[in-house]
Design a protein around this ligand. Structure first.
Ligand code: KG4
Ligand code: ZN
Length: 343
């Protein structure tokens, strides 16, 4: 039985997992830094890398102990090297290289975005490839044609903010805590999604597989402070009733979700593919999941959205490294991180 240790430190979660070649998860640990970044309303890169440094060894130790194996039992070490925050990525890569040298094991590089899609294969224990992949996270909103787990072709992406970034920024405007996605989802539960007609950019252009959320973000800002004013939106939001906040949150969430669902369907129609795999933190959103499932039934298409815990950053999705292991795609010790570059 092949066993791989996967390490994930691309942003603000320090995570590790041990996965077998039959896709069994022997151990998985995620140490979240949400509380450290909350008072800043977003991830502070310097704080993130320092926290990874503190967490990485205990997280790996705990993962190995939960997996009930010895480090020497591992067949390879895999680590996410792109994309992400440079300082965060370097902590994971240094840990992985150290283990490879000490244990004399091969090193495997993981593309974090591709791993988000692969999470669906682990969750459903079914092969979703070939498929259209939708990645909706804090830093990315991308559509891919995924021929195989090792062959992803970009179809399009956001031209400004990522979906998760829009959730985080609008939450900050509404005075809701970071991370914004879960806060907005919670506030929206009691809100009317039709209270405000916020824009759904590019939805009327089916041939353009792209997202744009900056107009929507500005529309929320105008609703709060009015056009051309410099007042801090959170100051205005603090004076609104809970119901008014809930209505804005629900209307904003519905607009983002309509764009994500609409563009996914357009991508499936354009490519002629019949399967959609969704990954990334925003895929945990309950409104998105409901509306995407309805749209998938109408089409009809096969839809894979991993459970929420496998949508947000984790190391289990690093199981995509097994595909590279079987293909003999190993790295040398001069492997570097690629913060912005998706290989
Ligand atoms: O994939 P992820 O954990 O980290 C990145 O690779 O960026 O995604 C984090 C993003 C954050 O912007 C967060 O607000 C968003 O995912 N998110 C959600 C929900 N849970 C997390 N957005 C909407 N609804 C949620 N329930
Ligand atoms: Zn991610």
């Amino acid at each position: 039985m092949i066993k791989i240790l996967t390490i994930e430190t691309t942003c603000d979660e320090t995570a590790a997992a041990v996965i077998t070649d039959s896709l069994e998860v022997l151990g998985s640990v995620v140490a979240s830094q949400d509380k450290l970044h909350q008072k800043f309303g977003g991830v502070v890169p310097e704080i993130a890398s320092r926290a990874h440094l503190e967490n990485i060894v205990p997280v790996i130790d705990e993962t190995i102990s939960r997996a009930k194996i010895q480090l020497a039992d591992l067949n390879a070490i895999a680590v996410a090297t792109t994309p992400g925050l440079a300082g965060s990525l370097l902590v994971g890569l240094s840990a992985a290289k150290t283990l490879c040298v000490a244990l004399k094991k091969p090193l495997i590089a993981v593309n974090h975005l591709q791993a988000h899609i692969y999470a669906c294969k682990i969750a459903f224990r079914e092969d979703p490839f070939p498929c259209v992949g939708l990645i909706i996270s804090g830093g990315h909103s991308n559509l891919y044609c995924c021929a195989t787990p090792l062959d992803f072709t970009p179809l399009g992406g956001t031209i400004d903010d990522a979906a998760g970034e829009a959730f985080d920024k609008v939450a900050a405007m509404l005075g809701l805590p970071y991370p914004g996605g879960p806060s907005i989802q919670k506030a929206a539960e009691k809100g009317n999604p039709k209270a405000y007609k916020f824009p759904r950019s590019l939805l009327e252009e089916p041939e353009r597989l792209a997202f744009s959320f900056s107009g929507l973000k500005t529309a929320v800002r105008y609703r709060l402070v009015g056009q051309g004013k410099t007042t801090n939106p959170a100051t205005i939001a603090a004076e609104l009733s809970e119901q008014e906040i809930a209505d804005i949150a629900a209307s904003f969430q519905e607009a983002v979700v309509d764009c994500l669902v609409g563009k996914s369907i357009q991508a499936l129609r354009t490519t002629g593919m019949r399967t959609l795999c969704v990954g990334g933190g925003v895929a945990a959103n309950s409104c998105f999941r409901r509306k995407m499932e309805n749209a998938a039934q109408k089409e009809p298409i096969r839809l894979f959205i991993a459970p929420a815990a496998l949508c947000t950053d984790n190391a289990v999705m690093g199981a995509i490294a097994l595909e590279r292991f079987h293909a003999g795609l190993f790295e040398t010790l001069d492997l570097d991180v690629s913060p912005g570059l998706v290989r």
